[in-house]
Write a protein that binds this ligand. Structure first.
Ligand code: NAP
Length: 214
């Protein structure tokens, strides 16, 4: 396991786990991770591209190797950002509970984990495997695009599981107006994606002919 401070007197370490399909990664994801790092005093943010998302069995998703490599290219210039292959290297369905357990380790004083992902995804958390255990193991940062109704989210949360309110923080990120879907659509239409994703990712997409068919 990486990322543990060796000094016994050091304050507990905070790790952000940035979960997503990243098909492809874009500036919205990067701005989100950096904002979360600063607001929540995170020591590192580890991007975790999904392997076999159980909720997307019928969707066509780009090969995990491509998504992992694009994510690695995108985070290269930030010393606080890392990428984990824990989900893409597993043939089992990617359940967040398994990923979080992987990072929490066995130590009594393990790191404080913050799972960062889209508010839309977190809204469905009550259908996730072992969600109650998951809520005990980490704090969630639910990220929303501008215009997303945070009230609806709070209401749902309050109805379904009032205790959870303290375990979920909401973060509004204007740059999330960019989405992976938008990028895929633009590539399929032959439109430029310059500045929507870091240049090495743009080049990677071009080189491998990704998203040409939408
Ligand atoms: P998704 O349905 O693809 O995305 C939902 C929305 O959230 C989209 O608008 C998406 O925008 C945005 N989003 C996704 N990841 C984001 C991130 N890290 N930061 C900001 N916005 C983000 O969601 P998903 O990628 O499949 O799932 C998100 C995470 O939840 C993954 O880590 C997944 O493994 C986990 N999850 C776990 C379970 C389970 O354990 N049973 C079930 C569902 C999801 P973009 O398309 O632009 O990214």
């Amino acid at each position: 396991m990486f990322f543990f401070r060796t000094n016994d007197n050091a304050a507990a370490i905070n790790i952000g786990l940035m979960g997503g399909t990243f098909d492809p990664i874009h500036v919205g994801h990067l701005v989100t991770a950096e904002e979360a790092r600063q607001q929540f005093d995170l020591d590192y943010v580890v991007f975790v591209p999904t392997g076999n998302p159980p909720h997307k069995e019928k969707e066509i998703i780009t090969l995990p190797e491509h998504r992992y490599l694009m994510t690695s290219l995108a985070v290269m210039s930030n010393p606080y950002f890392f990428v984990s292959s824990v989900e893409i290297n597993s043939e089992k369905p990617s359940y967040t509970i398994d990923t979080v357990k992987h990072f929490s380790g066995n130590e009594k004083e393990g790191p404080a984990l913050f799972f960062i992902t889209g508010a839309d995804a977190i809204l469905e958390i009550f259908s996730w495997k072992d969600y109650e255990k998951l809520l005990r193991l980490c704090t969630f940062i639910a990220v929303s695009r501008p215009g997303y109704s945070l009230d609806r989210f709070r209401e749902t949360l309050d109805q379904v599981c009032p205790d959870m309110i303290n375990k979920v923080h909401l973060l509004e990120i204007p740059a999330l107006a960019v989405s992976s879907t938008y990028i895929r659509e633009r590539v399929a239409l032959g439109k430029t994606i310059k500045y929507l994703t870091p240049e090495p990712v743009e080049q990677y997409i071009k080189k491998h002919g990704l998203y040409l068919t939408g």
